[in-house]
Write a new protein. Structure first.
Length: 640
């Protein structure tokens, strides 16, 4: 038997270990499991060599000792197999208890294997001359192979069953490693004097190392800090272990370097990175968005350290400390208030956008309330997305009564979402969030299309109606292609644009007045009319009406209500009515719930009334039934 090939394996593994130890590492469970595999394989080769030596020297040493070492080598094979199984399970079981729960059975099997291997007899197979031992065989070997086979089968079973939970690169690397082992053992079986199993094992370890356990893959190349992959894995581990931590995120927004001379920005950035690299007792990660995550294992001590880091930024960088860099800071004193890595990353994305949430010194401390708010918004966003995708956006219609014609002459289209439990979600819950996330564009378009479809299916004149009012959000008003898209939809449904009245609010114009006016212009030329919604909420004033080409002004429910509750508000409203009528505009009074309120509004000369007094917003079929009943009550066929 020759041991040269095995010795090469040992050297290869020592070189690998040297490189491994020299690299900057992070305490990841996968890396701990890899080290276990590494040492199991290393011990296996060493015992392979030792067993060859002692078998050759068995006459000098002792027969008993030679067999003991040969059996120990066999046991190390079981060690390699079980460490490989453990390595596969790190991805599957995030929690240590679950991991050990599963591994316990296989460790017990290994214990049986160890006892069996030592207890069972082992024989030598000699070369033709009878002097040299070619290989060992017998029950001891079969016990080892039997146990190893069970472990390998378990590994392959997990690879198939838990495919989704195992890192695909790990699956691939383990497959390559085991394949190298199996092929080598086949070769060795056929050519008994070619002892390559140990060497093949070490090659396999090198594959694992190169493919996914090289600590360098966790480093950000440009800074030497840990990268986003490492952040993901490390925080995932912390959450799985339910271990609290604190995190400080430094965000270099565009304006962060504005006080630094353009030429000096590169060197100042490098100086900051150097500083972050030197921080002790913390782990610093950088992601592609130039966000730096500083993680503190001990939340109690984090606050002092956070102050120290921020103080450093206040003193300035570069020569003489003259360059002030002003990043945004997000501080999460307790990571335990969130439950998973995805939420941590989402939280940073979310608060990063919340410019207004940052206090004066660009510092934002995230507490449980902010996380709850964020989670609520996320749920609602999900709800909207879900509803849009699965066609669960509905439009309700609330009738509007004309005091002049004494009948329903129009209606307001109001969006609703049906959740998975078939419950109706009112717009108050989701409109703001849809606006923030931009989903309002899609939602608005669905509503508009639905209204056009409604008008086509139920020609308005059939019910004595003139138009349907459709709300436009601030975001839609600032959308360049709004007019073009809406005109295309109206054309597609072949509806008269005069049947559409779009409601805008004052806040729409503060954002992108030029775009809004352009959109209004195009739509009006096409034949659409406009109303000003929310009048009296502080979102609208009389000057604004002068500026905007609207035909109708809608008094908000709060304004109509205060007319009945507050003496002074009466005068304000009466003056407003007077002026609006003076401008030749119509008024819709919203939120009218009683006969008295209705009577008062009619006496004030208000032309249109909307409110629960007539009807709540109704689903399409109920609204049509409502109109039919009104038609029947009037006992006449109404025409437009
Ligand atoms: P809004 O446009 O001012 O609509 C009037 C709101 O007042 C509706 O609430 C309506 O149900 C409610 N209302 C009407 N009469 C009465 C009444 O007598 N008593 C009471 N208590 N409430 C009354 P809703 O449907 O919950 O809508 C709330 C807001 O959501 C709307 O206010 C509008 O700003 C927004 N919204 C609704 N649909 C859409 C839409 O399709 N697109 C956009 N962008 N916003 C929408
Ligand atoms: Mg409205
Ligand atoms: Mg309104």
């Amino acid at each position: 038997m020759h041991i040269q090939i095995q010795c090469c394996g040992v050297v290869l593994m020592l070189v690998l270990f040297y490189f491994y130890m020299r690299q900057k590492r992070i305490a990841l469970e996968t890396q701990k499991a890899f080290l276990t595999v590494f040492w199991a394989s290393f011990i296996c080769i060493v015992f392979d060599i030792l067993s060859i030596i002692v078998i050759q020297q068995r006459h000098v040493l002792s027969e008993w000792f030679a067999k003991f070492i040969a059996k120990t080598y066999l046991i190390t094979l079981i060690g390699v197999a079980v460490s490989a199984l453990g390595y596969m399970c790190v991805d599957i079981y995030a929690k240590r208890e679950d991991y050990w729960h599963d591994m316990r059975r296989y460790l017990a099997l290994c214990a049986v294997g160890v006892v069996g291997t030592y207890a069972a007899p082992l024989y030598y197979n000699y070369a033709a001359d009878g002097a040299e031992v070619l290989y060992t065989f017998g029950p001891s070997v079969y016990v080892t192979y039997g146990v190893s086979l069970v472990l390998f089968l378990r590994i392959f079973y997990l690879m198939r069953k838990e495919k989704a939970r195992i890192n695909p690169r790990r699956r691939e690397a383990v497959c390559l490693w085991l394949a190298a082992w199996i092929v080598a053992s086949q070769i060795q079986f056929m050519y008994t004097n070619v002892l390559i199993v140990g060497y093949a094992g070490s090659i396999g370890i090198m594959v694992l190392y190169l493919k996914l356990e090289n600590p360098e893959t966790n480093l950000d190349r440009s800074t030497g800090l840990f990268n986003s992959g490492a952040l993901y894995q490390y925080t995932k581990q912390l959450f799985a272990k339910e271990r609290d931590f604190a995190a400080l995120v430094i965000i270099f927004e565009n304006g962060a370097y504005q006080n630094v001379h353009l030429e000096r920005r590169g060197s100042v950035r490098m100086e900051i990175i150097e500083y972050l690299l030197k921080l002790t007792d913390v782990l610093v990660f950088k992601n592609a968005e130039d966000e730096y995550f500083i993680l503190f294992a001990d939340p109690e001590r984090a606050e002092a350290k956070v102050k120290e880091i921020r103080r450093r930024f206040q003193t300035g960088w570069g020569e003489g400390g003259t360059s002030l860099v002003r990043p945004h800071w997000l501080y999460l004193p307790h990571g335990s208030i969130i439950d998973q890595t995805e939420n941590l990353l989402y939280l940073v994305r979310y608060f990063r956008q919340e410019e207004k949430a940052f206090s004066e010194n660009d510092f934002l401390c995230i507490d449980k309330d902010s996380v709850d708010r964020m989670e609520h918004e996320r749920e609602v966003e999900q709800l909207i997305m879900d509803a849009v995708e699965s066609d669960r956006v509905e439009v309700f219609y609330q009738p509007i009564f004309s005091t002049a014609e004494q009948r329903i002459t129009s209606a307001e289209a109001l969006v609703r979402i049906r959740d998975r439990e078939d419950q109706i979600v009112p717009p108050g819950v989701f409109i703001d969030i849809a606006e923030e996330s931009g989903m309002i564009l899609k939602l608005g378009e669905i509503v508009f299309e639905e209204v056009c479809r409604f008008i086509r299916r139920h020609p308005l004149e059939q019910y004595g109606m003139h138009y349907i009012e459709v709300n436009l959000s601030v975001v839609q008003c600032a959308y360049e292609n709004l007019a073009q898209d809406y005109i295309r939809i109206m054309e597609r449904y072949g509806i008269d644009p005069g049947c559409i009245n779009l409601e805008i609010t004052e806040s729409a114009s503060t954002n992108a007045k030029k775009t809004l006016l352009g959109n209004m212009q195009n739509l009006m030329e096409y034949g659409v009319h406009f109303s000003l919604d929310d009048f009296g909420t502080g979102q609208s004033n009389l000057n604004y009406i002068v500026d905007m080409p609207v035909d109708i002004v809608k008094f908000d429910r709060s304004m109509t209500n205060s007319y009945f509750e507050n003496g002074k508000a009466k005068y304000v409203m009466e003056a407003a009515i007077h002026m609006i009528h003076g401008m030749n505009l119509e008024i819709v009074s919203e939120g009218i719930e009683t006969k008295e309120q209705y009577q008062t509004m009619e006496d004030l000369g208000i032309s249109h009334i909307q409110g629960y007094y007539f009807s709540k917003p109704l689903p399409e079929d109920e609204f049509i039934a409502f109109l039919e009943s009104k038609k029947a009550e009037q006992g006449e066929t109404v025409c437009c």
